[in-house]
Design a protein around this ligand. Structure first.
Ligand SMILES: Nc1ncnc2c1ncn2[C@@H]1O[C@H](COP(=O)(O)OP(=O)(O)O)[C@@H](O)[C@H]1O
Length: 191
């Protein structure tokens, strides 16, 4: 990996299993970036940093959401949704990442959002399908990712939303906005 040093810095921020996941996301994202004509270095950096504060103290994450003026609605949802948005702030302030697309890819990697860039989709998909992930239906998502980025994004997002609904869990609105945006662009909404 080109950014070995960056990956090294994740070692004291997460347990080994999550570090393996992080490596998997970065390598998958590099490959998909090459496949779909995106910048592989940006994919690698976003992949390595996407879970940078996944294991941070919940109270600290909460204070960061307030002080950085992130979407206040996050606080009404499960703390699992906080690490992406706060991770983008940490990537910018501590790791001096300036590229907006990388920062957005980190910020929206859990929920997606309307108007995602290709890099954002690549990180969202890579987070779901990297080699260490195991869940029913993953092979279908992996196959989609090899064929069509947009369709893979729709399938991954649908999987995530359906999973939450089946578990009777609340769904953060960004995911619905993302879904509607993807469907409208696909021309599935009737006039
Ligand atoms: N729109 C959403 N609303 C609420 N929870 C969500 C949403 N999207 C994803 N989640 C949940 O957030 C959690 C964290 O997701 P993620 O950042 O992908 O973490 P992990 O890498 O551990 O799966 C998961 O349990 C997922 O089901």
């Amino acid at each position: 990996m080109k950014f070995d040093n960056l990956l090294e810095q994740m070692k004291d921020r997460m347990p080994l299993k999550r570090l393996e996941h992080t490596k998997g996301v970065a390598t998958t994202a590099i490959r998909l970036a090459q496949k779909y004509g995106e910048n592989p270095e940006h994919a690698e950096v976003a992949g390595i940093l996407h879970d940078v504060v996944k294991f941070a103290d919940k109270e600290w994450l909460k204070q960061m959401i307030i002080s950085a003026h992130l979407d206040p609605l996050l606080l009404a949802f499960h703390p699992e949704l906080w690490h992406g948005p706060v991770g983008s702030i940490v990537a910018q302030k501590e790791f001096l990442i300036e590229d907006k697309d990388i920062l957005h890819a980190i910020r929206f990697h859990t929920t997606g959002r309307a108007g995602m860039s290709n890099l954002e989709k690549i990180i969202y998909i890579s987070d779901m399908i990297e080699p260490s992930r195991k869940f029913p239906g993953i092979e279908f998502l992996r196959e989609k990712a090899e064929i069509d980025l947009e369709e893979a994004m729709i399938s991954c997002l649908t999987h995530s939303i359906t999973f939450l609904i089946e578990k009777k869990q609340p769904v953060f609105p960004d995911s619905f906005h993302c879904y509607n945006d993807l469907m409208q662009k696909r021309g599935k909404v009737k006039e």
